[in-house]
Design a protein around this ligand. Sequence first.
Ligand code: B12
Length: 208
Amino acid sequence: MLNKIYDAMMNGDIASIGQLTKDALDENIVPKTIIDDGLLRAMNEIGELFKNGELFVPEVLMRAQALNMSMQILEPLLKEGDIDKKGKIVMGTVKGDLHDIGKNLVILMLEGAGYEVIDLGVDVSEQKIIDAVKEHNPDFIAMSAMLTTTMVNMEKCIEAIKGEGLYDNLKVLVGGAPVTNTFAEKIGAYYSSDASSAVELANQLIAS
Ligand code: B12
């Protein structure tokens, strides 16, 4: 049954994933096992295929949608503490910027890898990020920018975080088409170029 769920994920089979999830529960497979050995096992593989250029954005989004459909059934059944979250991440697309496809992909991959992500959406002001940091006490802030005119808001945001004395307690991840490693280093952040390497970067940083 878990292999069927894995296969449905790998094929982006949104028509059958819901029923397969219910069938697995009927067979008394616990939600955590369905998630770990069915959904996330596939999502990790999908991340690798995407990274290697063997799957493209629409294909990944369809598989992510399948994961969400299954999770909608499983989430209410999960007990508190059932899933060990690796870390907490507050993420958004910076102020003035409405692009969210890349951000959403990064979030899906991070969630698939076991992180709790608080998605602040697009056009996110410095104040909104500061408020979210105070409320959620995350391990990371992750910011996305797709415009050369908005990537400067990443730096403004980091300065604002420093001003509030919050910078030393977390790490900042940045990404998006115009963002580079050199820019990230200059503003005091960590950079990765795509959703899969964002997971690898977060894993490295959380372990360090
Ligand atoms: C789709 C798109 C749009 C859509 C956005 C829809 C949406 N819901 O996101 C719409 C039509 C709304 C749009 C609008 C505009 N766009 Co536009 N858009 C694009 C386009 C074609 C694709 C972007 C995309 O989704 N790529 C696919 C995703 C998966 O890739 P990605 O975003 O790069 O994300 C990956 C990585 O960058 C990384 N990543 C992303 N974020 C993060 C964050 C972290 C922390 C990490 C670690 C990694 C990471 O991981 C992701 C997954 O692998 C790009 C062209 C391009 N090739 O990039 C132009 C592009 C970004 N847009 C551009 C422009 C100019 C605009 C507009 C100003 C156009 C206009 N005149 O109105 C407006 C701006 C609106 C605004 N205020 O934001 C320019 C930007 C030029 C520049 N250098 O500034 C581009 C490059 C097109 C071009 N060649 O001119 N756009």
